[in-house]
Design a protein around this ligand. Sequence first.
Ligand code: S3P
Length: 451
Amino acid sequence: MAGCKQGWVCILHLFSFPVVQQWAEIFRRLIIMKKVKGEIYLPGDKSISHRAALFSSFGKHKAEFQNFNFNEDCSATLKCLESLRIQWRIKQSVLQIEGKPISEWQPSNSPLDAKNSGTTTRLLSGILANLSFKSALTGDSSLRMRPMKRILDPLKQMGAMIESNNNLLPLQFYPVEKLKNIRYKLPVASAQVKSAVLLAGLFADGQTEVIEPVQTRDHTERLLGLKIVQNADGSKSIFSSGDVEIPDLSMEIPGDFSSAIFFITAALLLPGSELLIKNISLNPTRTGFLDILKKMGAKIEQNISVDNPEPSGGLFIKHSFLKNIEIPASSIPNIIDEIPALAILASQSEGKFILRGAEELRFKESDRLKALAENLKAIGVNVTEYQDGLEITGPQSLQGGNIKSYNDHRIVMAFAIANLIAANQIKIDNPDCVNVSFPDFWDILNNIIEK
Ligand code: S3P
């Protein structure tokens, strides 16, 4: 109502359709009488956990990680390393890994299985391309459909010998003398591709340069302490070579921001909510979701208390009324895993939510644009699906109904939050697939909901 210059315009505004609809929705949510209350501490960030294990496996140190995430994805990374005879163990819930040079790694008796994990596949490929023995890498039916050309192209340019099933898994890696360095401009904004090339560069001749036109998550360069140069055209160059000393990465892994977002979403949606999330990863290349929420009007306070090697700290979230915005295409790599939760919020926020330039979502654990559009329609939301995005005008009430998980953990968690405010239950076909990233999801959700 700010901006109303004349009283009668304000009164008309009060009775306009979106405002009436919003008040009806708020009233309905107050009747639900659920709210989010409390303090939580979440399992370690998935991207950092994968990297902690992988990078320590060829370092000189015996590294120790508190709060390592033993979800299905990161366990797949550990299992692959074990098959290559890297020793690790869990002592009082701390992961210990003893690294050794890749020249001392041993062949696996069977194909390495990345299960559902794209990060395991793409990062490990950068290392497998350098081994002095043959290896094979495969995964579950969803991973076997995900594009691998994006890593095969640069690795082959470096001289790697890799056979694939038409650029899909399974991949067969053959030993080569030594890879050669390349200068590679990322054709797709992907931290996994960037990391695969940089990892391969650690064992290649000379210096490998990856040029990143759009910033993606920077855990690889932070953890390995790689050289970074800001280019005049706004892109960044990141360098790796055999001269890089692998540091002792021992640390307490901060909580997973991409898991926290589901509870942030619940707190924003339920009137009366207040939630404190402690020791959460606040790496700025991951927290674009917070920047967008703040633009939408969210009451969120963040406080970074640790900066090195990974920023982390506390987040405090209060229920807020949000207004939809058009999402800038440049922020998409920074919110790529958060879009399922954002779409649920958009359906409850006032005005038009426009997401374009997000075609990458079609290549995740499921085709997330299709999964979101179909499932939102299934629970009564009017949504437009584009080849590269979604458009939703909110607020709309969620009727409930049956939705398909597409065996995608983030789709399940997003609709579990939608279920908190739906008129009727939202039934999800495979709730257990949250185990891929967040096995404790359902327990923590039950603990923070006050009725
Ligand atoms: C990840 C990078 C992102 C993200 C994935 C984890 C990583 O994938 O979606 O969940 O740890 O590097 P892309 O690099 O394919 O965008």
